[in-house]
Structure formats: C-alpha cells, structure tokens
Ligand binder design. Structure first.
Ligand SMILES: C[S@@+](CC[C@H](N)C(=O)[O-])C[C@H]1O[C@@H](n2cnc3c(N)ncnc32)[C@H](O)[C@@H]1O
Length: 393
C-alpha cells in the first residue's frame, strides 16, 4: 500500500477545530465532537465541501455505485411494501443520507417503468445533512424533475406521525459521529481530543455523559470486564436518530442497510481496537488525525442497539438479514441467471462486467455481508402477518 500523505489536512478545518478545543472546558472535546466537525463542519467538513468523493475515482464506493441493480431491487421491495400497506396515497419514501442521489435515480426510473401505480403514489422526501451533496442530488435528478418532484426537508419540517410509507438509508448510520471508549482498571473511560504543539492528541477522562454506560445496559454487554486498554465506539447519535424517525413515522417501515454486527460480535473481547476506519482514495487505515477533512471516517453499526432502542421507541423488529440474502430474495439470482441467456445481445466483456457487479453486491466477504434491518410501526395485525419479500430467504 502506498504511504498516505501525513500533512495534507485541510488547514482551515484544523484551525477551526483547534479553536473549538481552545474554547472548550478543560481545552478538550470528545472524539464524537471531533468526528462531527471533521465530517460535518458547515464550511470545511469532509461532507460539507465539494471534495466529497464517493465512487470509483473517490475515497470509497457504496452499492449504488456498482450500477442500477441495487436501487432497482430495493424498488421491488418498496413496491411490495406499498401493496402490504394497502396502497396508501401518498406513499412516502423518506431517504436519509442520499449521497450523490444515485439510489433515488435508479429506484424512481424503475418504479416509473415497472410499478407505475406505486410510482404515482410516491411522495419522495430526502433528508440530507451535506449542502454540497444536496446540490449534487439536485443536479443528478434535474432531468427526472421535469415531470416528477422529490422534496428536500429537515427533520424539523416533518410533522410528528406524518409518514405513511418507508424511511430508509444505505450507509447512513456508519457516518454518524461516535464516542470512543477505553477500558481502564475495570472502568469505562472516554477518549478526548486536545490540541498541543500544532497537533491533535488524545487524552483519557471520565465519561462525558451517563448515556454511554446505559448504552451497554441497553445492548447487554459488560464492557468493563474486557481487558485493559480495550477500545471501542458508541454511536449515541444512532439512538437519537431512531427516536426521531419513530416520532415521524405513523405507519410503515424503517429499512436500514449498513455494515456492522450484533452487539456480542461488535464488542467481542478480541476486537480490541474497535471498528473506526478512515477512507482515503480507497485505502483504509485507523488514524483520524491525518488528512483531516480530506478523508472519510466511519464506524461499524451495532445492530442490537438499533433493535433495542427501536423497541423502546415503538419500532418493532421484523427482520434482520444480510444484503446478499436480501437481494437474492428480491430477484438478484434471476438477474445472474439471465446472463446465461443464449439470445442475449451483449458482448462477452459486458456480460463479464455485469456478472462481476452482481456478484459484488452479494459477496459474503464484502457488500453481501452488510446488515439489513427492517423495523415497523403502526401496522394492523393483518398487515403484520404479511411477509416482506426481501426477508423470505
Ligand atoms: C456514506 S454516505 C452514503 C450515501 C448514500 N446513501 C450511498 O449509499 O451512496 C453517508 C450520507 O449520509 C449523509 N448524512 C450523514 N449524517 C446525516 C444526518 N444526520 N442526516 C442526514 N444525512 C446525513 C451524508 O452527508 C452522506 O450523504
């Protein structure tokens, strides 16, 4: 792996965070505050600038970057949800963290062509934190928007209990800022970030909020019994997010696709360094203090926390599976089989490329191993009986 440039941070962002640290009590901020600034500082954060670089030429890619299949198969699931909810009008699809707008584009084209009644019922709402990505989404969707209108909104603008439909995200929760926790002498302590001698440094201190210890009660893990120096992450933002989604959803589903594990695997004693990862031009490493503002930071998702917090907020877990199985149940296998059709007119090179793409989406060593969690709220007893097609494998 080529060496990563160590000095190439965004100096304006570094200065802004250093100033925030200087003004904070004890001249330190939690790692979660640091990560929040690095990714979402309104002017200089990774997701706030035009440098956000997702895709083959960028820092990382997601399933929608592999072509339209992922979006189309999700659209199959949404069309079935619309039927299962007894064809509501409107049927709201709320996409959270829409990135470059690829997923919405692929889904809407598919629904328009193949599920026209469902398409006509759709009210498409996007909640996106990055202004730069909102602009990119609007640019990408401009041709579709001549005859179809999605809406961009903030949570404050969405009334409580107003959504009938499905709220969904792909690789959103891993982009939330996380607290970093370390075990010291059988106690949970927290990692803080300080600024000294022109560089970011870490300091260990008391937990910044009791929510961090109650989190481990929620997920049923005795972290304090782990070996000394065991270090990991806690995504409190995900718990708040679930509360918000549940508040806005009246009847329907929450679909979350992301990489991660249930809590017993996430916090397994052998995972001593946690799951924080930094992505820069498709290389990954674990130093968040280099390339500040130029690299993406992510942490795996604890799906047990999403399920248990969901239950506390009125969201019933109806299925947890893997992306590979989910997409196969939605018809990806048929797409692979169609490649062997002797009447196909594509060139060998096209067929091989397409085969590679479809296999990547279900690869158990990669995207296929992502978690897919489906939760529901407000369904009648009869609606609850009906199985979702994506969960039938
Ligand atoms: C890793 S990208 C994934 C983008 C897209 N879903 C995809 O699969 O390509 C994370 C996305 O979530 C957005 N995001 C992060 N935090 C958010 C929040 N609290 N509310 C809405 N969007 C958020 C980011 O700006 C970005 O668009």
């Amino acid at each position: 792996m080529p060496a990563l440039p160590t000095t190439d941070s965004n100096p304006l962002l570094v200065a802004a965070i250093a100033a925030q640290i200087a003004q904070s009590p004890q001249q330190r901020i939690s790692f979660a505050e640091f990560m929040d600034r690095v990714l979402y500082h309104p002017q200089h954060g990774y997701y706030a600038t035009n440098q956000v670089n997702i895709g083959a030429q960028g820092d990382f890619f997601t399933s929608p970057h592999l072509g339209s299949d992922f979006g189309e198969l999700l659209a199959v699931q949404f069309a079935q949800m619309w039927e299962l909810l007894d064809r509501p009008q409107p049927f709201t699809l709320l996409e959270m963290g829409a990135g470059q707008g690829l997923l919405v584009q692929d889904m809407i084209r598919y629904l328009h062509r193949h599920e026209h009644d469902c398409f006509e019922a759709i009210d498409y709402l996007i909640i996106e934190r990055s202004p730069a990505l909102i602009s990119e989404q609007q640019r990408r969707l401009a041709p579709l928007m001549r005859s179809w209108q999605p809406r961009w909104s903030t949570w404050e603008e969405v009334p409580s209990e107003s959504i009938v439909g499905c709220c969904f995200s792909n690789e959103l929760v891993d982009a939330f800022p996380v607290h970093q926790i370390i075990v010291r002498d059988g106690q949970l302590q927290e990692i803080y970030v300080t600024w000294a001698e022109n560089q970011f440094r870490e300091e260990i201190g008391e937990l910044s909020t009791p929510k961090l210890s109650t989190y481990f009660d929620l997920v049923g893990v005795d972290l304090a019994s782990h070996p000394d120096s065991y270090r990991t992450e806690v995504n409190l933002a995900a718990l708040d997010w679930l509360q918000t989604v549940s508040d806005r959803l009246r009847r329907g589903y929450l679909l979350t696709i992301d990489y991660g594990y249930p809590a017993d695997r996430y916090y397994a004693p052998f995972r001593r360094e946690g799951t924080l990862q930094c992505y820069y031009q498709h290389q990954h490493h674990s130093d968040p203090y280099i390339l500040v503002g130029r690299q993406d930071l992510t942490a795996h998702v604890d799906f047990t926390a999403l399920q248990r917090q969901g239950e506390k907020c009125g969201l019933r877990s109806i299925g947890f599976t893997q992306q590979g199985l989910f997409l196969m149940a939605l018809g990806l296998g048929d797409r692979i089989n169609a490649l062997s059709d002797p009447t196909a007119t594509s060139s060998i090179a096209e067929l091989l490329h397409r085969r590679e793409v479809l296999h990547s989406l279900i690869n158990p060593m990669g995207l296929g191993n992502f978690g897919v969690l489906v939760q529901s709220k407000g369904l009648s007893a009869e609606q609850q009986e009906r199985s979702l097609r994506g969960l039938t494998y």
